[in-house]
Design a protein around this ligand. Structure first.
Ligand SMILES: [Zn+2]
Length: 131
């Protein structure tokens, strides 16, 4: 089910965001300790930008980040999560197009609003560098 969903939104023909970011432009995450995409070892986020490590992703433990790099943002979709109703975008590594997590676009609950514009990265899809 997850796999077919993944194929459904993967921007094979190059979405708007992908065109803006450019296919070959790779940005370095700042800081000593970095999370890299497990698939292609391109930087995904700096530990300096972690908001919380206490999140649950599709594949287990996940981290909440204020900022990520080398990420393509998929289409908006409504999703019921453990913390209530949200509108989220799945996010993909811009280098290898692996699904790596999601972005919170809208949180309905007042207590969850702080997550809007932040990113979940699945620990299972990531590899640590440095630190
Ligand atoms: Zn990758």
């Amino acid at each position: 089910m997850i796999f077919s969903h993944f194929l459904g939104v993967l921007p094979f023909r190059g979405g708007r965001k992908q065109a803006e970011m450019g296919r070959l432009f790779i940005e370095d995450a700042k800081g000593e300790k970095v999370l890299m995409c497990k698939g292609c070892r391109v930087d995904s986020a700096s530990y300096d930008d972690i908001e919380s490590k206490e999140f649950q992703g599709r594949y287990g433990r996940a981290y909440l980040f204020r900022k990520v790099v080398n990420i393509v943002i998929g289409s908006s979709e409504p999703r019921f999560l453990s913390s209530g109703f949200h509108v989220v975008n799945d996010i993909y590594c811009s280098s290898c197009m692996q699904l790596v997590g999601w972005r919170y676009e809208i949180a309905k609950e007042e207590s969850q609003k702080y997550k809007e514009g932040m990113f979940i990265l699945e620990k299972e899809r990531m590899e640590k560098k440095g630190g």
